[in-house]
Ligand binder design. Structure first.
Ligand SMILES: [Zn+2]
Length: 229
């Protein structure tokens, strides 16, 4: 697809009067438009090669070189392109190397620029105009294996037997204290009870209740205990 040549035309051009198309042949783009396109592409090429931009830069530079090689089939034209654009030499150096006079060099260079401008602008499937080329949408690569659908059936999950959980570890402070059995001294008990005003009979009853192992206690035994103290 051809671009809008008028966008790139020189307003003061006498050949197209700024329309980008030759007045003598309205279907043909004007050289001013073609050379402007070539200059835009070559400026961007130098910036990409210098590493100033990143996105698509390497492929852009490679596409420019391939396009030039295909378009400039005559060796001298391609040499001029290579020295001017790829090597970045100025007109003096190129004239010296190729043995051309300045007028002859510029004649050839304008022709090279026009042919390249046309090739860059009409390149398929997209032009090498930086704004169009760099604006290409880069789609993410699709994975080779398409995503698999989910399971068709719900898996059968049998009920599980309840398992008794282990008892929580007992905290050290919760461990019950083991109490030593209280050994009652019958003589001391009887003496204390008598001191508290208890009768001999009630002392015997209590002794039989709290210390039956030594009994059964009788009043005479308790009396003997108290007298012995
Ligand atoms: Zn023109």
């Amino acid at each position: 697809m051809s671009p809008d040549w008028a966008v790139f035309a020189a307003p003061t051009c006498t050949t197209c009067k700024g329309s980008g198309l030759l007045i003598s042949s309205p279907d043909s783009p004007c050289g001013c438009s073609l050379r402007r396109i070539a200059r835009i592409v070559h400026r961007r090429y130098r910036q990409e090669v210098a590493g100033r931009f990143r996105r698509n830069g390497r492929t852009f530079a490679a596409d420019v070189e391939i396009s030039a090689r295909r378009t400039l089939t005559d060796p001298l034209a391609y040499h001029i392109f290579a020295m001017h654009v790829i090597e970045g030499l100025d007109s003096v150096a190129i004239c010296a190397r190729l043995g051309l006079v300045k007028y002859e060099y510029f004649n050839r260079w304008y022709s090279v620029e026009s042919r390249l401008g046309h090739a860059y602008a009409t390149s398929a499937p997209y032009s090498l105009l930086p704004r169009e080329y760099m604006g290409l949408t880069i789609y993410p690569m699709l994975p080779c294996r398409p995503p698999q659908p989910g399971p068709r059936f719900t898996p059968v999950r049998p009920p599980l037997r309840p398992v008794a959980l282990p008892a929580p570890a007992m905290a050290p402070e919760a461990v019950p204290m083991v109490l030593e059995p209280v050994v009652i001294d019958p003589r001391k008990f009887a003496k204390l009870a008598l001191k508290n005003g208890k009768s001999l009979r009630s002392i015997v009853t209590e002794l039989n209740a709290i210390a039956p192992g030594s009994g059964p206690w009788r009043q005479s035994q308790v009396k003997r205990l108290l007298l012995a103290a």
